[in-house]
Ligand binder design. Sequence first.
Ligand SMILES: CC(C)(COP(=O)(O)OP(=O)(O)OC[C@H]1O[C@@H](n2cnc3c(N)ncnc32)[C@H](O)[C@@H]1OP(=O)(O)O)[C@@H](O)C(=O)NCCC(=O)NCCS
Length: 110
Amino acid sequence: MINKETLSQTDFLYNYVVSGSVLGYLEIRIVDNVIDIINIFVNEENRNQKIATSLMNHMFENEDYNKIMLEVNENNIIALNLYKKLGFKEISIRNKYYKEDAAIIMQKED
Ligand SMILES: CC(C)(COP(=O)(O)OP(=O)(O)OC[C@H]1O[C@@H](n2cnc3c(N)ncnc32)[C@H](O)[C@@H]1OP(=O)(O)O)[C@@H](O)C(=O)NCCC(=O)NCCS
């Protein structure tokens, strides 16, 4: 089951819950019809079961948006693969955003 929690006027959390335990979550910020992905996380022992994919697809279906933006470490290949698979495109790079590593800025339009 996926539930939505309100954190503030702009910030929301989608929780992926099985038998009362949160196995993963997706935190977003919505300002002026633009969604920012703040974080997505799945417990290590529950990875590779499409939980992150389910959380993102659930958000796509339940939110009104013009575009979705995110930043990901250039070396986080797993997350990069996930986002590309979900239709995000690389739009720019910010060097040394994460100490020595660059951030890839990605965007998906509705
Ligand atoms: C990134 C993360 C959320 C993915 O969660 P997940 O539930 O395991 O992901 P899914 O099972 O939905 O996988 C979706 C896609 O991600 C990619 N992926 C997942 N695991 C992967 C791996 N070990 N190696 C390469 N690509 C991988 C694949 O493209 C996969 O699709 P496929 O199985 O059809 O090939 C999880 O690894 C995580 O919590 N990582 C730590 C936190 C983090 O880095 N968050 C992103 C911050 S920007």
